[in-house]
Design a protein. Structure first.
Length: 182
């Protein structure tokens, strides 16, 4: 099932699980079905991230042209709060965000198109996140957006905890200070 969210280009995908006493089988990606629903590839690189602790916040990240990336995100262990922020200046939803919980239990996936910053917060210890991207990682085109920018109004479910951030993720500019947009 493909569900368009409040920003319609961001799509929540709930793959159908076929279960029995042994467990389940699920088709996590099928190009023709995904393309028909607006999930546009081709995907050229798969990434995996592991976070040992709860409240690890990774993001908000994006790449600019010529290597801008769309992402198909899946949480394969634990639970995360996944966020996409629209950075397309001509978009009616510019500067707005959507956030959803993804978990290994539900198997849901989030499609984040190009032109969006993406990040997530781990809600449990031992989170593993896998995602497919439509262009290769390019350090020179990599950019970031401040996770706590008050303009964005993201309500990260921190439950009073302080997020665990990389040094890089502590220094990203706010939306109003971004230079390289879409």
């Amino acid at each position: 099932m493909f569900q368009r969210l409040a920003i319609p280009d961001v799509i929540l995908i709930t793959p159908k699980r076929h279960g029995d006493a042994r467990g389940y089988f699920v088709e996590t990606f099928r190009a023709n079905s995904f393309e028909a629903a607006g999930v546009v590839g081709p995907f050229v690189q798969d990434n995996q991230a592991y976070s040992a602790d709860a409240y690890v916040l990774r993001g908000l990240h994006y790449q600019i042209a010529p290597t801008a990336q769309a992402k198909l995100v899946t949480c394969t262990s634990g639970r995360i709060y996944d966020v996409a922020v629209d950075l397309r200046q001509a978009s009616p939803t510019f500067g707005q965000h959507v956030g959803v919980e993804l978990s290994a239990e539900t198997g849901q996936q989030l499609y984040v198109p190009t032109g969006f910053a993406h990040g997530y917060l781990t809600l449990t210890p031992g989170c593993e996140v896998r995602y497919k991207v439509t262009d290769y990682y390019s350090p020179e085109d990599e950019r970031g957006l401040a996770w706590n920018d008050s303009e964005l109004g993201i309500s990260w479910p921190l439950d009073g905890a302080k997020p665990i951030l990389s040094g890089k993720d502590q220094t990203h500019p706010t939306l109003s200070a971004l230079e390289d947009l879409f």
